[in-house]
Design a protein around this ligand. Structure first.
Ligand SMILES: Cc1ncc(COP(=O)(O)O)c(C=O)c1O
Length: 421
């Protein structure tokens, strides 16, 4: 009789993105998680269901609470982000809002990077203040300014690994040390890097957030979000005395426990399992996609930089970029992200360039395997108040999410579009 080698292997990241959890999934040898398309799970006895409600069995009750398809992906993404426990949500914004709502109360403050994804900026500055929450914004490249922005009311520090669309790379290690010295957790939106390029928890972050809609899913086929808890933060300190009842049960996992109990369950932000299935399919190829994305982004940035119609290119891969040194330290030799922005003469030139593109797609997404372009000034920021719009966007700027097509086709399409500008 043949015996199976069950010795655990120490696998590389790209391999774990494919194999993590598969052998222990309990999915009858299925190589992908089955889609559990049921709203609720029955239990044989009243006592079973009671025990499950009491949190004693780990079994499933109702889709808004947990779902086996979602759970498979949660565990895998948690491991890839070097976390201890994770929750999937219906979108990246749901993950961000759930994480923040778990921490914030009326009268609290948060300190965030002033260079934020537009909906996060909107949430923090235009929405939370209606609930008595103050967002203090600081330059993510100025840790001293971040430190000075912290008050007794601050509940957390919030940054993005690579800012969208600023392309700045914050020094996570330094900002985590500042947050911790003040007794605060550091929250990092790692969407633009993905755990392939950067794992903020390994640099000291406490909570990592994602829009899984982007690189993790990779094909523009699903919407989703993720909250990962490093499980390192001490929630028993006096500043977080509102955590005391959960700390007694969950210890260092109090944040993720509270995020699930309070936000996920009551806000109804659970993803549909079909979206998690699609993300799980896409995740298998994260390694090869990211490698190609990085290579293409660098080549596209160099191509645009020497183009006579292009005024400037903002890409952390360039040695003279303000964040180049930090990017090298944090990302090693893996790359500099897949996003860049570039400037043309004026808004009309940006419109003309987009209209002349034949392959590159003009749409509001990023991290797809396809190359995507957008003119943020006339789209994402069009409804922003004038001052905020001018602060966050530029009429002459185009944002490019470089895909994994053949590099010659990406550059040729940009070249022929720019020729008519
Ligand atoms: C950095 C970043 N965070 C969060 C989000 C929000 O993600 P979702 O669209 O999945 O809600 C986005 C979307 O573009 C993003 O770029």
């Amino acid at each position: 009789m043949a015996t199976k080698n069950t010795r655990p292997l120490s696998l590389h990241f790209d391999t774990r993105a494919i194999h993590h959890g598969l052998k222990d999934s309990g999915f009858d040898g299925a190589t992908l998680p089955p889609i559990y398309q049921n709203a609720a799970h029955y239990h044989e006895t009243a006592q079973d269901l009671s025990n499950t409600f009491a949190g004693e069995t780990g079994n499933h009750v109702y889709m808004r609470l947990t779902n086996p398809t979602n759970q498979f992906l949660e565990n895998k993404l948690c491991a890839l982000e070097s976390g201890r426990k994770a929750i999937l949500t219906s979108s990246g914004m749901a993950a961000i809002n759930n994480a923040c709502m778990t921490l914030l109360r009326a009268g609290d403050e948060l300190v965030a990077s002033k260079s934020l994804f537009m909906s996060t900026f909107n949430l923090f500055t235009n929405i939370y203040h209606r609930y008595g929450i103050k967002a203090v914004l600081a330059d993510p490249l100025d840790p001293e300014k971040i430190e000075k922005s912290i008050t007794d009311q601050t509940r957390f520090v919030y940054i993005e690994t690579i800012t969208n669309p600023g392309m700045e790379v914050a020094d996570i290690r330094k900002i985590a040390a500042i947050a911790h010295s003040k007794g605060l957790p550091l929250l990092v939106d790692n969407t633009l890097a993905s755990p392939w390029l950067c794992r903020p928890i390994e640099l000291g972050a406490d909570i990592v957030l994602h829009s899984t809609t982007k690189y993790l899913s990779g094909h523009g086929a699903s919407l989703g979000g993720l909250i990962v808890d490093a499980g390192n933060f001490d929630w028993s300190q006096p500043r977080f005395n509102d955590f005391s009842s959960v700390v007694a049960q969950a210890g260092n996992l109090s944040f993720i426990t509270k995020a699930w109990r309070e936000a996920q369950v009551n806000f109804g932000t659970t993803p549909a399992p079909f979206h998690s299935f699609l993300t799980a399919v896409g995740l298998n190829t994260l390694g090869v996609r990211m490698e190609r994305h990085m290579e293409n982004a660098m080549k596209t940035a160099c191509f645009l930089k020497q183009h006579p119609k292009v005024k400037w290119v903002n890409f952390p891969g360039f040695e003279d970029h303000i964040s180049h040194k930090t990017a090298c330290e944090q990302f090693g030799s893996r790359g500099f992200g897949t996003m860049l922005t570039f400037g043309l003469e004026n808004e009309a030139a940006c419109f003309k360039c987009i209209d002349r593109l034949s392959m590159v797609l003009n749409l509001a997404n990023l991290g797809d395997c396809k190359t995507l372009i957008i003119h943020p000034w006339s789209t994402q920021y069009i409804t922003f108040p004038k001052e905020q719009r001018e602060q966050m966007a530029d009429p002459c700027l185009l944002r490019l999410s470089v895909g994994i097509e053949h590099i010659d086709d990406i550059c040729a399409d940009l070249d022929q579009a720019l020729a008519g500008v």
